[in-house]
Design a protein around this ligand. Structure first.
Ligand code: M6R
Length: 602
C-alpha cells in the first residue's frame, strides 16, 4: 500500500509527479503530497484526501526539476494533513516519502526526541528524515548520511529522499517494490510501472538494499556499502493506453470489458493441438512433486480454490491455504511440495510471507502473477505470468479470470507429470473449448441483463451468492466483489451449506444469486428452491433453457460450455451486477473506502 514516486529531469518535476500519483492512487488514497528541490529549499505540499485535492492546492504551481511524491493508505495515524507524506526533519531541510512499515520507529523516535528533534505526525515514516538529518552532521556527504539512516531501520520500506541544496533523489528498498524508469536523461522511481508508463517503458526492477541516486545527468545504483551493482533494464510491453479509462466511466468497467482481450492474451500459445503448452514448464517439470499447496488472499484466494478443485479432480493432493494463515496452518511441507502463490500484484505481504516460509521449508515455489519482475516473481523458483495487462480498479476483475484460466492450464500440466495424477476425461473438451472463452465472454458482455437486475434488487437487506463445485469459489468471489464496491452486506456459500445455518437469514429481502455450471446442478437447484420457499428471490446464473431458469425469479444468461469455463462466465455476470449495484448507489467504484489494491502490510 502507499505509492511513492520520484522524478529528476530537465523540466518541472511537478507534472510527472502528479501524473504518477494519479496512476498510483490504486495503492491508497487517504492523502497525497509532493516535495521539490528548487534552489531555494525543499518545498513540501501535502493534504489529506485524494490527488485531485492536492492538485487544487498546487494551483500556484511550485517549480523544481527534482522531486518526490506519495499517495497514502494509512497505517500509523489517521488520514490527516499532518500524517500525509512527504515528512521532513525539524528544520524542513530533508523530505522523505515511504511505502512500508518501520518496525523500530518508536525506539528511534524516542532517541531522536531526546536529541532535540521535533516530531509533528503519528507516522513511523517521520523518523527517517530526522535520522538523515541527524547523520548529516557527521557524514562526508548527504548520500553517506542517507545510507547510515537506512542502516538504522528495521522493517519494510521503499524510500525516496530530498536533501536541501542537493540536486538529487536518494532512494532504496527493503521488502517494498521500487522500479526505476529510464527516459533519455530523465529518471523516474516508483512503486509500480504505471506511474511513469506514459513516459517510458524501459525499466530496472531494483533489488532489496540497492541504493539509487538520481541526478540530472546520472543514475547510480550501489549496494548499502557503496559498491556499484549492475541491474539489467527490461522493456515492459504494456501499452500506456491500458492505464487510462478510455471511454468508460470507471476502470472496473473497462477491465470487465477487457476480459475477452486479456483472456486471449493469457491463453495465446498455451494450448496447442488440444494440449497444454506452457513454455515455462516443459514436460517433467513436476515429476518429483507429491502434493500441491496454493497460497493467496482475497480474490486470488478464490482463483486458487478453482486450481485446488481441478487438481483434486485429477487425483493430485492439493490444498489452498489463506496466505495470512500459512505460517501456522500450512501442515507438512517438504521438498516434494509444490507451493503456488497466486497474486495479481506479486506484492501482497501476506502472500510473500507464505512464499518465504515455503522456500525456507524446502518446497518448490511458483508465482502465478500479473506483474513481471514483482517480488513474488523474483522470490519463487519460477513464474507463470497472466499477461492480463495492468489492472487499476481496486476490485480485481480481469485478473481473476486470467488467474483461473492460467491455473486451469497449469494444473493440467502438473497432473500430467505427477505419477498419482490422472488427466481427467473432460480435459479434451476443456482445452478444446478454452479458445472459445473470449467470444463467450463477449456474448455475456453484450447481452447481460445485470443493470436491470441490480436495480430491481437494490435496497435489499443482504445479498447471498451460492454455488457448488467451481460455482462455489465464484459465489465467494461474487459476494466479495459485491460487498467491496457497494458497501452492502453480501455473503457467499457452498449451495449445500445454506440449510446448515445461513437459511435462518433468508427472507423476501435477501436475493440469492445461484450459480449453475453444469456440475451437480440439480442439487444446487434444490438448495435454491429451499431458499425460495422461504421467500427469497432467486437469480439464476445459468444457460438459456436450464431448468433453474423456470424455477427462478430472474435470469442472468451464460453460454452453454465446459463447466470450468461456465463458472468464469457466471463470474462475469456477477462482476457486472456488483458494478451496476455500486453505480446505482453512487459509490466510488474504483477506490472503495478503506481499501487499496496492493496490500503490502501483514
Ligand atoms: O495482488 P493480490 O492478488 O495478491 O491481491 C490479493 C487481494 O488483496 C486482492 O485479490 C483483493 O481481494 C481484491 N482487490 C478484491 O477485489
Amino acid at each position: 500500500m502507499c505509492g511513492i514516486i520520484a522524478h529528476v529531469g530537465d523540466g518541472n518535476a511537478i507534472g510527472p509527479l502528479i501524473e504518477g500519483l494519479e496512476n498510483l492512487e490504486y495503492r491508497g488514497y487517504d492523502s497525497a503530497g509532493v516535495a521539490v528541490q528548487n534552489g531555494s529549499g525543499v518545498k513540501v505540499h501535502k493534504c489529506s484526501g485524494q490527488v485531485s485535492e492536492l492538485k487544487e492546492e498546487l494551483r500556484a504551481t511550485p517549480k523544481g526539476n527534482v522531486g518526490i511524491g506519495h499517495t497514502r493508505w494509512s497505517t500509523h495515524g489517521p488520514p490527516t494533513d499532518e500524517n500525509a507524506h512527504p515528512h521532513t526533519d525539524t528544520a524542513g531541510d530533508v523530505a522523505v516519502v515511504h511505502n512500508g512499515i518501520i518496525e523500530n520507529y518508536e525506539r528511534l523516535r524516542r532517541d531522536l526526541e531526546a536529541k532535540g528533534h521535533e516530531f509533528t505526525s503519528d507516522t513511523d515514516t517521520e523518523v527517517i528524515p530526522h535520522l538523515i538529518d541527524h547523520h548529516l552532521g557527521s557524514s562526508t556527504s548527504p548520500e553517506a548520511a542517507f545510507r547510515r539512516a537506512v542502516s538504522d531501520l528495521d522493517g519494510t520500506y521503499a524510500i525516496a529522499a530530498l536533501v536541501d541544496g542537493e540536486e538529487a533523489v536518494y532512494a532504496t528498498r527493503q521488502g517494498s517494490p521500487l522500479v526505476l524508469g529510464l527516459e533519455d536523461e530523465k529518471w523516474y522511481l516508483a512503486s509500480d510501472v504505471p506511474a511513469f508508463l506514459e513516459h517510458t517503458n524501459e525499466v530496472v526492477y531494483l533489488e532489496d538494499e540497492d541504493v539509487v541516486v538520481l541526478e540530472p545527468h546520472e543514475v547510480t545504483i550501489t549496494d548499502l556499502d557503496g559498491r556499484q551493482v549492475e541491474r539489467a533494464a527490461d522493456t515492459v510491453d504494456w501499452d500506456p493506453e491500458e492505464t487510462s479509462k478510455g471511454k468508460y466511466d470507471h476502470y472496473m468497467l473497462k477491465e470487465i470489458h477487457n476480459q475477452p482481450t486479456s483472456l486471449s492474451n493469457t491463453i495465446e500459445g498455451r494450448v496447442q493441438d488440444g494440449e497444454v503448452a506452457l513454455e515455462e514448464f516443459p514436460d517433467g517439470t513436476f515429476a518429483d512433486v507429491r502434493n500441491v499447496q496454493f497460497v493467496a488472499c482475497g480474490t486470488s484466494y478464490h482463483a486458487a480454490l478453482c486450481g485446488e478443485q481441478l487438481l483434486k479432480e485429477a487425483g493430485v493432493p492439493a490444498q489452498v491455504v489463506r496466505a495470512s494463515e500459512y505460517v501456522s496452518t500450512s501442515g507438512p511441507v517438504s521438498e516434494e511440495t509444490l507451493v503456488i502463490a497466486v497474486t495479481q500484484s506479486g506484492e501482497t505481504a501476506d502472500t510473500l510471507g507464505a512464499v518465504r516460509a515455503a522456500n525456507a521449508a524446502g518446497a518448490t515455489t511458483i508465482a502465478v502473477t500479473n506483474v513481471v519482475g514483482s517480488t513474488a516473481a523474483r522470490e519463487t523458483d519460477r513464474a507463470l505470468y497472466l499477461r492480463a495487462g495492468p489492472e487499476i480498479g481496486v476490485a480485481a476483475t480481469k485478473t481473476f479470470s486470467s488467474q483461473s484460466v492460467a491455473l486451469a492450464l497449469l494444473t493440467q500440466r502438473i497432473a500430467a507429470d505427477i505419477p498419482v495424477g490422472t488427466v481427467p476425461e473432460s480435459t479434451e473438451s476443456l482445452l478444446n473449448t478454452a479458445e472459445r472463452l473470449p467470444d463467450d465472454i463477449e456474448t455475456v458482455l453484450e447481452t447481460s441483463d445485470s443493470d436491470r437486475i441490480a436495480a430491481k434488487y437494490g435496497g435489499s437487506d443482504s445479498y447471498f451468492f451460492i454455488g457448488r463445485d467451481l460455482g462455489y469459489p465464484v459465489a465467494l468471489e461474487g459476494a466479495l466483489k459485491f460487498k467491496e464496491i457497494t458497501y452492502e452486506h453480501a455473503e457467499g456459500f457452498a449451495a449445500g451449506e445454506l440449510k446448515h445455518g445461513p437459511l435462518a437469514l433468508v427472507t423476501p429481502r435477501t436475493p440469492i444469486f445461484a450459480v449453475f455450471t453444469g456440475e451437480d446442478d440439480e442439487k444446487t437447484l434444490t438448495n435454491a428452491k429451499e431458499a425460495r420457499t422461504r421467500g427469497a428471490p432467486i437469480v439464476a446464473v445459468a444457460p438459456e433453457g436450464h431448468p433453474a431458469v423456470q424455477a427462478a425469479d430472474a435470469h442472468l444468461e451464460i453460454p452453454d460450455t465446459h463447466p470450468t469455463w461456465a463458472s468464469l462466465l457466471a463470474n462475469v455476470q456477477l462482476q457486472l451486477v456488483s458494478y451496476h449495484a455500486a453505480s446505482h448507489l453512487d459509490r466510488p467504484i474504483d477506490k472503495p473506502r478503506n481499501l487499496a489494491k496492493s496490500v503490502t502490510v501483514e
